[in-house]
Design a protein around this ligand. Structure first.
Ligand code: PHE
Ligand code: NA
Length: 455
């Protein structure tokens, strides 16, 4: 047993860990979810519930997950098991959900890979919606760009292949090295896209829609619920990721500080992405002479239909701009998928004493097969349903059970003592209050809201 402990893989530096944690956090949620959510929920005024949720639930839970993984030196199932044997089940539920999320998240990243290539010559033609649903998703259709022949499956194989190569190499040589390339690249990409976004005619108009505050929405409880939902998703909480990542930190690590840096780095990225996207949408509305609400969307519709339309219209170097936009989706997505896969495969390694190489090979093989089912037009329907349930329930249920277990049955004080023993910046009573009196009630309300919307 002793020997196993010392053999656990480790981050090479604190900086590497933070980059990887921000890499997990920053993803599609920042690019295609946050800006729209702000637009729908009071524009700039949304920042009030958003930051409130970040401070009262996001960061406390980040400290909780990181503290747990670091103290127990294990993935989610092992960490929960070390608290009490029967809690292990919760860990497995968590990482199973995580695996399902990985399977479809990778599909979206694969689409974005194809669209990097399509962007240069706008291969999607004049009707991007017909192109995406009608032509692109058919596995029998191939494209040849720059001498490379590919289709949706080839892109998928590329995404899973990259995931595999990175994870196969382990924490320091794999995830950390990749993060040191991905995250600076992502910073450059988002700045380039933002600069282009704000300099387009009509951009200011669009950005106003993103930021113009309507404080009257603060009276609406659903706005607050949305803010909490966004914060949990964007910080990758309730997926066992931060538990696994922190289990690879050296014994002496400032967990609290790391949590704050991760949270604020992630928010900064969301903010820039919002400006870039709404700038482009503002341009689109103006150049087509339509109302802003006609052009604004989120999710798959934004990335694979509205954006291609906008790219068709852009003046000068539009192909390059388009490629950079999709590359931004790809890089932010890959840094999230590696964290998702690590959460699941580290659980298997811990449980079955399996080597990393074996675990990663099995997980990536199964993951690729699963993704292949989602990747086609038919899978799109399943993807929608899965996405709906996971986003609305999976995360909230896991988060809630996690908080109750740790909050009431086994010691918040234990984790607090642990993190305060190793952190310069210490958590105080506010932390216990945040988890017990804010996060638990809010998650309960969130679930009730969602459930009510369902029936
Ligand atoms: N945090 C990511 C995002 O905002 C999504 C994600 C959730 C990634 C869970 C990994 C795990 O897009
Ligand atoms: Na995020």
């Amino acid at each position: 047993m002793e020997k196993k402990e010392t053999q656990r893989d480790q981050w090479g530096s604190r900086f590497g860990f933070i980059l990887a944690a921000i890499g997990s956090a920053v993803g599609l949620g920042n690019i295609w979810r946050f800006p729209y959510m702000a637009y729908e929920n009071g524009g700039g005024a949304f920042l009030v519930p958003y930051f409130f949720a970040l401070l009262t639930a996001g960061i406390p839970l980040l400290v909780l997950e990181m503290g747990l993984g670091h103290k127990m030196r294990g993935s989610a199932p092992l960490s929960f098991r070390k608290i009490k044997e029967k809690y292990e089940t919760l860990g497995w539920w968590t990482v199973l959900i995580t695996f399902v999320v990985t399977v479809y998240y990778s599909v979206i990243i694969a689409w974005a890979v194809s669209f990097v290539f399509f962007a240069f010559k706008q291969s999607w033609g004049a009707k991007p919606d017909e192109f995406f649903f009608g032509e692109y998703l058919k596995m029998t259709n191939f494209w040849k760009i720059g001498g490379i022949r590919f289709n949706v499956l080839a892109s998928l194989a590329l995404v899973w292949g990259l995931n595999y190569l990175i994870l196969f190499k382990g924490i320091k040589e794999g995830i950390e090295k990749a993060s040191k390339i991905f995250m600076p690249l992502l910073a450059v990409l988002v700045v380039l896209i933002t600069v282009r976004g704000i300099t387009l005619p009509g951009a200011i108009e669009g950005i106003n829609h993103f930021l113009e505050p309507d404080f009257s929405v603060l009276k609406d409880p659903s706005v607050w619920v949305s803010a909490y939902g966004q914060v949990f998703f964007t910080l990758s909480l309730g997926f066992g990721i931060m538990i696994a990542y922190a289990s690879y930190l050296p014994k002496k690590s400032d967990v609290v500080n790391n949590a704050f840096i991760t949270a604020f780095g992630n928010s900064g990225f969301s903010f820039l992405a919002g400006i870039a996207i709404f700038g482009v949408l503002g341009y689109m509305a103006q150049s087509q002479g339509v109302a802003f609400k006609e052009v604004v969307t989120s999710g798959i519709g934004l990335a694979f239909i509205a954006f291609p339309k906008a790219i068709n219209l852009l003046p000068g170097f539009n192909g390059l701009f388009g490629a950079l936009f999709f590359l931004c989706l790809v890089v932010s997505g890959l840094s999230s998928t590696i964290s998702l896969i690590e959460s699941f495969s580290s659980s298997i390694m811990d449980k079955f004493q399996m080597t990393r190489k074996k675990a990663v090979t099995i997980v990536c093989g199964l993951g690729f097969l699963g993704s292949a089912i989602f990747a086609t037009g038919m899978g799109l329907v399943i993807l929608d349903v899965v996405d709906h349930f996971l986003n609305n329930y999976g995360l909230a249920v896991v988060g809630l059970v996690e908080c109750i277990l740790l909050g009431y049955f086994w010691g918040l004080p234990n984790i607090k003592k642990h993190v305060n023993g190793i952190s310069d910046f210490k958590v105080g009573v506010w932390w216990n209050i945040a988890i017990k009196s804010v996060t638990i009630p809010i998650l309960t309300i969130m679930l009730a809201f969602k459930f009510k919307a369902e029936v």
